[in-house]
Write a protein that binds this ligand. Structure first.
Ligand code: FAD
Length: 460
């Protein structure tokens, strides 16, 4: 039997499922994608209204691998791709109720007001601090405190983690949430030495670290990528098709319970969040028990895009945005200066700011009534950016379950996916719950799992 006749079911049309289907198509397979909602893209959605453009969820895609650029080219979206304005390099951290620019050079590091002299001098000791024993799993906070000290944890790592994971460094596992950082210590014995030596190895591999990767969006936002992927796999899409279970059928095949249970598939890929995956029933496969995945925490996050006249804000907005350390006791986790990064986000003479609220730090904030969320965000913008007056535009989106937290002990979930794939031929797992939480991680995971599915189908 040739490859073309083999069948694949993908559950979920977020970027992971879409990227997997697109890559499978390039490899000569046509997958069926079952998506419960009536639109594709999962947590990604761009809204355009009154001359403003608002990203409901993610704002930027990091080009961490040349494969991301290749994918964009394959989709014919190269001329619609936009890099973030390279002049907007500043990243502000709030300290003493003021945004302070993160140092971008060793010279700036020596003079920055973000860190005290003892923290700066402490960095010189970092290469001599011993590794964490291999049998101990540390939280990110333990790791950073041990190597760089309290102030670095409070004013660099805590706000950074709020910006990436909406997470808490005391809970996140350095090994699972920041595997590259963990590997630097294990391999080189030091983050600083590892940064320098690791850069040479990345250059050889052609990959780029997340802090150096270029930030990408599109002329009309990330929706362009979703629409491009959607067009590529259009004939495979089954929208409003909620899957509630998977059944083992004869001849090593799988049936999808829910939309149309009659067809059998050679391979199945659940590319949906784990809090939905645990609702799936696995019929005739008593050895598949996903109940432990209920422990995975997806804290709620609200994303609020506000549009203002430029002259309502005193701050120059000359950078990516500002992140707020927990010790500063403010309301939002941080704010992206969206219209400074990408053109076309606001009408002439106006700006947009995207603030995030909730996360592990204050989950209840994300679930407050709309007007209360607005009040909390505006209060921060007034104090920190010198905002005067009300927004001309507001777009709010509450993600009741936003981003999975790779906490200490997360390895047992990764082990479960490894075990299930090994024990059940034709069953594959990929996505934000396994391969990293970012958009680029999800795209790469989708493309990688497609390659693995292709190899499996070629062998079977
Ligand atoms: C608020 C927020 C901001 C973010 N910001 C960034 C950022 O700026 N940069 C970045 O790199 N990453 C960011 N991320 C992370 C990034 O967006 C995700 O990692 C990525 O989009 C996950 O894609 P996915 O396909 O794995 O999952 P999802 O997008 O969750 O897609 C899963 C799909 O499965 C469907 N589904 C669920 N249950 C079923 C069922 N039973 N049957 C059929 N279909 C089902 C869902 O409807 C959904 O479409 C952000 C995430 C959030 C929530």
């Amino acid at each position: 039997m040739g490859n073309q006749q083999k069948s694949i079911a993908i559950i979920g049309a977020g970027v992971t499922g879409l990227a997997a289907a697109h890559r499978l198509r390039a490899l000569g397979h046509q997958a069926s994608i079952f998506e419960s909602s009536n639109r594709i893209g999962g947590v990604i959605e761009t809204v355009r209204q009154d001359g403003y453009l608002a990203e409901c969820g993610p704002n930027t895609l990091l080009e961490t691998s040349p494969r991301i650029g290749e994918l964009i080219r394959e989709l014919g979206l190269e001329d619609r791709k936009r890099y973030a304005n390279p002049e907007m390099k500043n990243r502000y951290i709030v300290k003493g109720a003021k945004p302070v620019a993160m140092p971008l050079s060793p010279g700036q590091f020596l003079t920055t007001k973000l860190f005290s002299l003892s923290t700066k001098l402490g960095l010189l000791k970092e290469p001599f601090i011993p590794r964490c024993p291999a049998d101990k799993e540390e939280s990110l906070a333990e790791f950073v405190f041990r190597r760089l000290g309290r102030e670095f944890l409070d004013y660099a790592i805590n706000p950074f983690v709020a910006g990436v994971y909406a997470g808490d460094p005391e809970r996140l596992s350095v090994q699972h949430a920041f595997p590259k950082l963990y590997a630097l210590e294990q391999k080189y014995g030091s983050m600083i030495k590892g940064q320098i030596l690791g850069a040479r190895e990345r250059k050889k591999r052609g990959t780029v670290s997340k802090d150096k990767a270029k930030m990408v969006s599109f002329d009309h936002g990330l929706q362009v990528l979703i629409d491009g992927l959607g067009q590529s796999v259009e004939s495979s899409l089954c929208l409003s098709s909620s899957v509630h279970g998977v059944e083992r059928s004869g001849n090593h095949q799988w049936k999808i319970l829910g939309p149309d249970g009659s067809k059998s598939f050679d391979a199945v890929l659940p590319a949906l969040p784990t809090y939905k995956m645990t609702d799936l029933t696995f019929k005739d496969v008593s050895t598949i028990d996903l109940s432990q995945l209920r422990e995975i925490i997806y804290p709620p996050v609200a994303s609020i895009v506000m549009g203002f006249k430029r002259d309502q804000i005193a701050h120059p907005l000359d950078g990516f945005g500002m992140l707020v350390p927990e010790v500063e006791k403010r309301n939002a986790l941080g704010t992206i200066f969206t219209s400074s990064l990408f053109a076309g986000r606001a009408p002439e003479g106006h700006v947009t700011l995207t603030s995030y609220i909730g996360g592990m730090r204050a989950p209840h904030n994300a679930l407050l009534p709309e007007e209360e969320i607005d009040r909390l965000v505006l209060e921060d913008l007034e104090v920190l950016l010198g905002l005067k007056g009300k927004p001309a535009f507001v777009n709010r989106r509450v993600y009741r379950h936003a981003i999975p937290q790779y906490v200490v002990g997360y390895g047992k979930h990764k082990d479960l996916f490894d075990r299930l794939e090994k024990d059940h031929s034709g069953l594959f797992f990929a996505g934000h719950y396994r391969n990293g939480i970012s958009l680029s991680d999800s795209l790469l995971a989708g493309m990688d799992v497609a390659e693995r599915i292709d190899q499996f189908l070629n062998k079977s």
